[in-house]
Design a protein around this ligand. Structure first.
Ligand code: GCB
Length: 605
C-alpha cells in the first residue's frame, strides 16, 4: 500500500503543477478493466466569478461549492446542486443549453454515486478529457488539478471512496488564456465541459497499469515491449499471451514492477488493406487484461513514407472532433467515429489527420480497425507563448498523456508537434525541445508539424522553416486559390521543396455552403470549391516527392471566427461534407483522385 500512496502522491503533484516532470501514473486500456461508468446527467452551477472557489478577497475559500452542502436552515448556503439544472456527461455544455452557447468560464459539475467498496481492491477515477482545466473533489476533498482539454488523467481514490453515497464535484474552466495550449486564438469552438467519459475503475491491489507491445524497429522477426505493474509489487510474474501466434511469454518484473522484453515472432503485419489485429492478454496472479494489437513498421526513405518496408502514398483528410448530424458539438463515441471515418473511407482515404488536438480513443481505435493510418497532434497552434517554460511543460504533458494512451495503436504513424506557428528563435527552441521529448518517449513513429509556405519569388513556392530539419515528414499548409489568389493561381506556381524528406500537404481547400450553386467564379458556391479542388490537384500532381495530403477538412465545423450570416453562421465551411452529412461536389473530386492513386499503386505492386 505504501507504493499506492507514493503513486497517488505523484499523480497529485503532477496534476497541481504544470512544472512537474514525472510521468503521470496513467492507467491505459480502460475499456478492458472492471469499470463503473459515471456518465449520465450531472448537476451543474454556472459560476462566472468563481464564487464557489474564491472568497470576497479572491483567496481560495475553504467553504466552496466542492463541499456540496445541502440546504440546512438556518445556515446560509447560497448554492444547491440538487435544485440546479443538469448537463449530460460526456458532452460539451455549449450545445446542450442555448444560454451556454458562447460561455467560456467556470462551471461546477456534480454527480453522486453509491459504490460497494471491496477491501481487497483499489479504486481510481478516470477522466478521458475535460476542457480545459479541471479541479476534482471527492467528498469535499481535492484530488488534484489537470490542465489540457483533450487528454486523459486519473486519481487513486481507494482511501477516499466511501461505502454508500459519494459526492464527486469537478470545477471545469474553459477560459482561454495567453499561457494556454492552445492559447487565446484558434479557429474552432472552445467547447467546454466534461467532454469525454468519467469512469470508476476497480483494480486488484497489484495491477497492470501500462504496457507497450510492438514490432521491433530493428528486426521484423521480433516483437518487443514492456509492462508496468502498479502496487506494492516486488518481483512478479506476468505472462503475455498471444494465442494466434501461439505465444505464452513468461516475464519477470523487477522490484519496481517493470519488465522489458523482446521475443522472436513473425506476426502478419497491419496495413490499410489488411488491418490485422491480434488479441493479447496480460496475465498476472491477480488479473487478466486483454487488448488487440497490430504490428507494423513505419519509416522514411528519401522522400517516401515506408510502411512495412514498402512506399505508401497517404491519401488523407483532416478531421475535427465535431459531431456529425447534430447541430455542432464535440463528437463522442463509436457511432460518431464510425460516421466520420466511414466518410473518409468512402473518399478513398487510408490516412487521416486528427486536427488540432488529441481526439477521443474511439476515433483512434475505430480507425485502427478500419485500416486508417493517423496523424495525431497536440494543440500547439498559432501564437503560443514561446518563452514561458510552463507553456512548454504543458505542451509536453499533453504529448506525454496522448502517447501514454495511444502508444499501442499501430495506426498512429505521425505525432505532430505544432500547427502554423510563426517563425522566431524562441519558437524554434520550444519546438525543438518538444520534438526531442516526443522522440524520447516514442521512437517508433514519425514526427512532423504543419508549417507554412512562402512565395519567395513570384510564382515560386517554398517552405522556409528551420524546424523542417528536425522533422521526419516535411508538412505544410497552403491555401493557394482561397486565401492566396484564385484557383487559377494553382496552375501558375512552381514548388521548391526538400528532396530528402517526404512532403505532406497538411491543409488545402476552401469554403462552400452545401446546396449553394452558381458559377465556378462565385465564392462560397459548391462549384467554386469544386474548381479549386480540381486546380489544387493539378498542382499537387506536379509536386515531386509528394507523399501525403490531408485536405482541409472532412466536415464543416463550428468556429466563432466565422460569423458571415447566411453562409457561415458560425461554421467553418471548408468541409467536403456539411455538418448534416451532405456531400459537396468537391468531395467527389477528391474521391476520384484518391481512387486513381490507389489504382496506380495497386498496378505498380
Ligand atoms: C488553417 C488552420 C486551420 C483553419 C484553416 C482555415 O491554416 O490550420 O485551423 O481552420 O486554416 O480554415 O482557415
Amino acid at each position: 500500500m505504501k507504493k499506492a500512496i507514493v503513486s497517488i502522491f505523484s499523480v497529485f503533484c503532477f496534476c497541481v503543477s504544470v512544472n512537474a516532470t514525472a510521468l503521470p501514473d496513467l492507467i491505459i486500456n480502460i475499456g478492458a478493466r472492471s469499470c463503473t461508468s459515471l456518465d449520465g446527467m450531472w448537476k451543474y452551477i454556472v459560476d462566472p466569478l468563481e464564487t464557489g472557489y474564491y472568497d470576497y478577497r479572491l483567496e481560495p475559500t475553504k467553504d466552496g461549492f466542492f463541499l456540496d452542502k445541502k440546504q440546512n436552515n438556518p445556515d446560509l448556503i447560497e448554492y444547491d446542486f440538487d435544485t440546479s439544472g443538469s448537463l449530460y456527461v460526456p458532452r460539451d455544455w455549449n450545445t446542450q443549453k442555448p444560454e451556454l452557447y458562447y460561455y467560456e468560464g467556470c462551471i461546477w459539475y456534480r454527480t453522486r454515486f453509491d459504490h460497494k467498496k471491496k477491501d481487497d481492491k483499489r479504486y481510481f477515477l478516470h477522466f478521458e478529457a475535460v476542457n480545459y482545466e479541471a479541479i476534482v473533489y471527492l467528498n469535499g476533498k481535492m484530488l488534484g488539478k489537470h490542465i489540457g482539454g483533450y487528454t486523459p488523467f486519473n486519481f487513486e481514490i481507494t482511501e477516499d471512496l466511501r461505502v454508500g453515497d459519494n459526492s464527486l464535484v469537478v470545477k471545469v474552466d474553459n477560459k482561454r488564456r495567453k499561457e494556454g495550449v492552445p492559447t487565446n486564438n484558434f479557429d474552432w469552438w472552445n467547447y467546454g465541459g466534461i467532454t469525454r467519459s468519467v469512469t470508476l475503475i476497480e483494480t486488484p491491489q497489484v495491477f497492470v497499469r501500462d504496457y507497450s507491445l510492438r514490432l521491433s524497429k530493428k528486426d521484423r522477426n521480433m516483437i518487443e515491449g514492456w509492462v508496468q505493474l502498479d502496487g506494492n509489487v516486488g518481483p512478479q510474474e506476468v505472462i503475455l499471451e498471444i494465442p494466434e501466434l501461439k505465444k505464452k511469454i513468461r516475464l519477470q518484473t523487477d522490484s519496481t514492477g517493470k519488465c522489458t522484453f523482446s521475443e522472436k515472432a513473425r506476426p502478419e503485419l497491419w496495413s490499410p488493406e489488411t488491418p490485422k489485429l491480434y488479441k493479447v492478454n496480460w496475465v498476472t496472479a491477480y488479473e487478466s487484461l486483454s487488448d488487440e494489437i497490430g504490428f507494423r513498421t513505419i519509416t522514411t526513405e528519401g522522400n517516401r513514407i515506408i510502411l512495412n518496408g514498402k512506399p505508401i502514398f497517404c491519401r488523407g483528410v483532416s478531421i475535427h472532433e465535431e459531431a456529425p448530424f447534430r447541430n455542432g458539438g464535440r463528437a463522442y463515441g463509436k457511432d460518431d467515429a464510425r460516421t466520420l471515418l466511414g466518410w473518409a473511407k468512402e473518399m478513398g482515404c487510408n490516412f487521416a489527420r486528427l486536427a488540432h488536438y488529441p481526439h477521443n480513443e474511439f476515433m483512434v481505435k475505430e480507425a485502427e480497425r478500419m485500416g486508417i493510418m493517423l496523424w495525431s497532434e497536440v494543440p500547439v497552434y498559432w501564437t503560443i507563448d514561446w518563452t514561458n517554460p510552463d507553456v512548454l511543460q504543458n505542451a509536453k504533458n499533453q504529448m506525454r498523456e496522448i502517447i501514454t494512451r495511444d502508444k499501442n495503436r499501430c495506426n498512429i504513424i505521425i505525432w505532430s508537434v505544432a500547427n502554423e506557428t510563426p517563425l522566431s528563435d524562441a519558437r524554434l527552441e520550444f519546438l525543438k525541445s518538444l520534438v526531442a521529448f516526443t522522440r524520447q518517449l516514442d521512437d517508433s513513429r514519425l514526427i512532423s508539424a504543419a508549417m507554412e509556405k512562402k512565395e519567395f519569388a513570384p510564382g515560386v513556392m517554398t517552405v522556409h522553416d528551420p524546424l523542417g530539419e528536425y522533422l521526419d515528414v516535411f508538412s505544410f499548409n497552403q491555401y493557394i486559390g482561397w486565401y492566396d489568389g484564385l484557383p487559377e493561381k494553382c496552375d501558375r506556381v512552381r514548388w521548391e521543396l526538400p528532396k530528402n524528406k517526404p512532403v505532406l500537404i497538411s491543409e488545402f481547400g476552401g469554403g462552400a455552403l452545401y446546396g449553394k450553386h452558381g458559377d465556378k467564379t462565385e465564392r462560397w458556391t459548391e462549384e467554386f470549391q469544386e474548381d479549386m479542388y480540381k486546380a489544387s490537384i493539378r498542382m499537387l500532381e506536379k509536386i515531386e516527392g509528394l507523399s501525403a495530403t490531408t485536405p482541409w477538412i472532412l466536415m464543416d465545423f463550428r468556429s466563432p471566427k466565422r460569423p458571415l450570416v447566411g453562409i457561415q453562421d458560425d461554421y467553418n465551411r471548408k468541409g467536403l461534407i456539411s455538418n448534416y452529412g451532405k456531400k459537396k461536389k468537391a468531395f467527389y473530386i477528391m474521391r476520384d483522385w484518391y481512387k486513381k492513386i490507389e489504382k496506380e499503386e495497386l498496378n505498380n505492386k
